[in-house]
Design a protein around this ligand. Structure first.
Ligand code: GLA
Length: 767
């Protein structure tokens, strides 16, 4: 790992353990180009890849075709309006409206470590942006200074690498050194121009994750051709609809192998992410804040900072890509003390009661849960104001004494006596039109003058870009936390931004609103964690609409989706796990038939699927069938015994039900390969004389493993052809078996009686 500057050839080599990015300063004017990014290359003079040192196309040799040069070069920081007609990374405008710009090389700085990113957030203060940090590894950073001579702007492009990661972290800081205000209309975090040779000179595929409420992060794959494929959010959050993520890959790339160029953004607001191919078959891939609903009036002396982009290259397919993201986020992004800890198994009352609960009901649930080994009760929406449905009271964060006589203090005391921890739900950024808060401060809602604000779930969004609103919100949450013994907060956000307008911003700065809103969320959560460092924070947004790397800087877990149907969850979780570590994924067992889909599923299958995330329950434990309740203690015990494999291990995808409707399967393997967990979920029944062999992944070929069936009774006839009790035993050797056999020859899985079934196998190496 390291960053090197080859002065004679004016080349920067940004190296990770297995990759190289080579940037070149080209021509006398200093155009910054990307000569190469991919598998490790030598520190050779790679300028030939850009047409050589005597490149006849550069402006100093062929100024009459200057525009043609820009339109063809692999530009690292392409700007708009000077001849590159592809999608630019930066668009800026002077006070007279001229919008062409050209940024050229000035200087560089290489330093050990990686600086924190603090960004101006209005009202003269700065906010720490979520960004990666060196952690226990070492880091190096390259900062390249470019300038725009006509407008008087400086752009500092930052590249950081870590000793233990194949990711490159990029961000851009723009400084106005002129005497005039300059308008930024677009400033992306990363642009990457890639030679088609990277994809074997065939058009690459692009994988994105798309969805909707209750259908988050489904894998979409299509071919890139001339033109652009783009995903985005203009909703003020990363969104249910698209992830700030794309993976360009060679045709034929799958989970196990193939070249992948992936990117994501450490940001929780509006974004754009895409790739396109130009007339010369160069692929341009980019990611950053969406230019829609965004302008920034950069005044003299001011700075604007983009969020950090994560770039990943691997030749090891999507599994390899996931390993890089997971390790990066665990080792260099998630700060929570709970990251590697066993999280308390929780029971949340949302699907159990919705708004219809009181202290007695919660205590009944808690009492029964405690008997089953569950460790924490989470009280969800409906405990405050007069909120008996979702039409009122957001903003009125005082307890509803009719439901909770004696308040939260009494409830938390009772829970403590029982030996249960207590968690609570908030939706701090919101305001109901029917609330005391709105009646007192209608101007605190984001809105546009003269326009009736758009309601979504009958609520508005608070203008947390204003300090008095932020302070009110903070005190509401912190006040409750100070008043009782609360171990956990579920921080929800159930609508998107619209009618963008803030009374705190003047006309020229109104385009800052969406960006400042996201900083407002970060500011609030940072303050909360500073005052309550032991708090376990789980982010949530109508399920998983704010599941992004930005939020992971604050919370070690995020609610994955409101869809708790285990079958549906297979696809949602498979998409989530492509980027995010399993330790971050809120996954709960819920009642059957499922509250969203009506699907009926065996309890053990619901358990197996939830056990690959941060585990809990979302059901009325007093009402479920007795045999299900009796299975809970064992599930809780399994969570605690295999939890560290899932949290800390490498994740391997074996089969996706979205590809082949029969089954889904995945593994977690500890870094030392001593322990592993295989989860297999059958999604379609078939005649019992039909068996399935699956091949394991990630094991040490030379280790011998003993296999233990967990989460189901091996005497259970559901596993056995016509009830033969020893059916399981014929499928794998009794004694230890080598990783080599398990990976190359595989394991025979029985067909399970009925439609759905699960097999969980814990593998332990024999010393
Ligand atoms: C969102 C969350 C749910 C629940 C409800 C409460 O939809 O994702 O888990 O908390 O809000 O209104």
């Amino acid at each position: 790992m390291g960053i090197f500057y080859d002065e004679s050839n004016r080349l920067f080599f940004i190296e990770t353990p297995n990759t190289t990015m080579c940037l070149a300063v080209v021509d006398d004017e200093g155009f910054l180009n990307n000569a190469y990014y991919g598998a490790k290359a030598g520190r050779d003079d790679l300028t030939y890849l850009l047409g050589g040192k005597d490149n006849p196309a550069v402006p100093s040799r062929n100024d009459r075709d200057r525009g043609c040069y820009f339109d063809k070069a692999r530009l690292e920081f392409p700007s708009g309006g000077t001849g590159d007609y592809r999608s630019p990374a930066v668009c800026v405008r002077d006070a007279q409206g001229h919008d062409s710009s050209l940024f050229t090389y000035v200087s560089y700085r290489i330093y050990d470590g990686k600086d924190e990113i603090h960004t101006p957030a209005g009202e003269g203060r700065t906010v720490r942006m979520p960004a990666t940090f060196a952690g226990e590894s070492s880091a190096q950073t390259l900062e390249i200074e470019l300038d725009e001579k006509v407008l008087g702007l400086k752009a500092f492009l930052s590249y950081s690498v870590f000793e233990d990661s194949d990711a490159i972290l990029k961000s851009v800081r723009m400084v106005n050194v002129s005497d005039n205000t300059v308008i930024i209309d677009k400033l992306l975090s990363s642009n990457l121009d890639i030679d088609l040779a990277a994809f074997g000179n065939h058009e690459p595929d692009i994988v994105t994750l798309s969805g909707s409420w209750a259908r988050e992060r489904r894998m979409d794959r299509r071919r890139i051709s001339r033109g652009t494929t783009e995903v985005y959010s203009t909703r003020g959050e990363s969104s249910h609809q698209f992830q700030p993520f794309s993976a360009l890959c060679e045709q034929g790339t799958d989970d196990s192998g193939g070249k992948v160029y992936a990117q994501t953004l450490i940001w929780s607001g509006n974004f754009v992410c895409g790739a396109g191919m130009d007339q010369f078959e160069t692929v341009r891939s980019y990611i950053g804040i969406s230019p829609e609903h965004f302008t920034w009036d950069l005044k003299p002396g001011e700075t604007f900072q983009t969020p950090e982009a994560v770039l990943v290259f691997t030749e090891d397919g999507f599994d390899g890509m996931s390993h890089i993201f997971h390790d990066l986020f665990r080792g260099h992004l998630i700060r929570s003390p709970y990251l590697y800890k066993d999280r308390p198994v929780l029971i949340n009352n949302w699907e159990a009661t919705y708004f219809n609960f009181n202290t007695d009901k919660l205590l009944d649930i808690a009492r029964e849960a405690k008997k089953c080994g569950i460790e924490m009760l989470v009280m969800d929406d409906g405990w405050f104001g007069k909120r008996d449905d979702d039409n009122s009271s957001l903003g009125d964060w005082f307890v509803n004494e009719k439901k909770l006589p004696g308040g939260i203090g009494r409830l938390s005391d009772e829970l403590e006596k029982m030996g249960m921890k207590f968690g609570i739900w908030f939706e701090p950024e919101m305001i109901s039109p029917d609330s005391d808060l709105y009646r007192a401060h209608p101007d605190w809602a984001i809105s546009s003058p003269g326009r009736i604000p758009t309601r979504i779930r009958n609520q508005y969004v608070l203008d947390i870009t204003r300090s008095e609103v932020r302070d009110y919100v903070y005190e509401c949450v912190a006040g409750i936390l100070r008043s009782a013994k609360i171990s956990y907060v579920k921080w929800d956000m159930n609508r998107q931004l619209a009618d963008l307008g803030s009374t705190g911003l003047d006309a020229a700065s109104m385009g800052r609103l969406s960006y400042l809103y996201t900083l407002g969320v970060y500011d609030l959560q940072e303050r909360l964690l500073a005052e309550f460092p032991d708090l376990l924070l789980e982010n949530c947004s109508g399920g998983g609409a704010r599941y992004d790397a930005g939020m992971l800087f604050f919370s070690p877990q995020i609610w994955c989706s409101d869809d708790t149907d285990a079958y549906e969850r297979l696809t949602i979780q498979a998409g989530t796990e492509m980027i995010y570590p399993l330790s971050t994924m809120g996954a709960h067992v819920s009642a059957s038939p499922n509250h969203i889909s009506g699907r009926v599923m065996p309890f053990d299958v619901r358990g197996a699927v939830a056990l690959s995330g941060t585990f809990g329950y979302e059901l009325d434990i007093t009402m479920i069938p007795g045999d299900e309740r009796e299975s809970i203690p064992e599930q809780v015990e399994i969570y605690h015994s295999i939890g560290s494999i899932v949290r800390e291990g490498d994740y391997y995808r074996i089969a996706r039900v979205s590809d082949m409707e029969l089954y889904d399967a995945w593994m977690s393997v500890t870094k030392d390969k001593e322990r592993a967990l295989l989860t297999y979920v059958q999604c379609k029944g078939s005649p019992q004389n039909n068996k399935r062999t699956i091949r394991l992944k990630g094991l040490d070929p030379d280790m011998k493993y003993s296999l233990k069936l967990i989460g189901s009774d091996d005497e259970n006839s559901r596993f056995c052809s016509r009830g033969k009790k020893d059916a399981w035993k014929v499928l794998a050797p009794d004694g230890p078996v080598s990783g080599r056999s398990l990976m190359n020859a595989g394991l025979m899985i029985p067909v399970i009686w009925g439609e759905y079934g699960q097999v969980m196998i814990e593998l332990t190496s024999e010393a």
